[in-house]
Structures are given as C-alpha cells and as structure tokens.
Design a protein around this ligand. Structure first.
Ligand code: SME
Length: 150
C-alpha cells in the first residue's frame, strides 16, 4: 500500500482510539503501538520525555532495547530537543552523533512533541532497518500525530 494512504489510515485509527483519552502516557502507548504495527521495517517506535532541562527518559515504546536516559547534548533525539525541529537521518552510520541502540537500525526520524503553550515536552523517535526510509511524507503525518498528544 502507498505510504500516504497507510498514514491516512493510521491517523484515522489513532484519532478514533485516543479521542476520549486525556492521559498522555496512555495516548503515547497507543500511538507507539499503532505506528509500530503499521510498518514492517520499523524496529523501534517510541517516546523520550524531557524530565528536566537536560535529560530525556524513555517513555512508552515498542521494539527492541532502547537507552533509558539520553543527555540532550547527545544523539539524534538530543539534537531534536536542542533545535526543536524534526530530524531525519537516512543513514545513521554516517553521522557521529547517532546513539546506536541496535545495529539493525539504518535510518531514523525524530519528531518534537509540544504542549499546548509550545513547550517541548517529549520526542517521538522511530528507527527503521531500511536505509533512506524517511521523507517529507513521514514528517508531515508524524507531526500531525504528535500535535494530538497534549
Ligand atoms: N538513536 C537515538 C537513541 C535512541 S534509540 O534509537 C531507541 C539517538 O541517536 O538519539
């Protein structure tokens, strides 16, 4: 199935599942599960929460091992926090700041999650076993999903 169509169906499914939910951990858990199940080549889908000004802690996720704590000065996730913008790395082995959690991971996208007054409170991190996996279509739909959490 075409990627756009997959995302459109995913959005509908997530909307209907979380529309009456207020708890953001429940929403993050459902979102991680639904995204993970939608694409065969995703090996890690989940959230890191900003617990103080420097530290991300792992939140709801699906997949293999993920580091529990990430300093915001490190990793693709840390860069997303510092720059407050989407990071797409389509060949993670070519960038020195990537933190490797699985040698299977070839590309990664990280989306900032903001609360209603624009504070960054978490990031959504997705890893793929495919090189060159992510583009503006992933960015568009994943950003819509992340705008619906807080
Ligand atoms: N690769 C991330 C670390 C988290 S794991 O991929 C689950 C990074 O460079 O920030």
């Amino acid at each position: 199935m075409d990627k756009k169509l997959k995302y459109k169906e995913l959005l509908k499914r997530i909307d209907s599942l979380i529309k009456d939910e207020e708890d953001y951990i429940s929403k993050m858990s459902t979102i991680a599960c639904e995204i993970f199940q939608s694409f065969d080549h995703f090996n890690w889908v989940g959230f890191y929460r900003l617990v103080n000004e420097n530290i991300l802690k792992v939140g709801p996720y699906q997949g293999t091992h993920g580091c529990l704590t990430i300093d915001i000065n490190k990793g693709v996730c840390g860069k997303c926090v510092r720059e407050k913008k989407v990071q797409i790395e389509n060949d993670v082995n070519s960038i020195p700041h990537h933190i490797e959690c699985s040698s299977d991971t070839k590309s990664e996208i990280v989306i900032p999650v903001f609360d209603k007054i624009g504070n960054l409170i978490a990031v959504l991190d997705i890893d793929s076993i495919k090189l060159n996996c992510f583009d503006s279509i992933d960015e568009k739909y994943l950003t819509i999903i992340c705008a619906n959490i807080y």
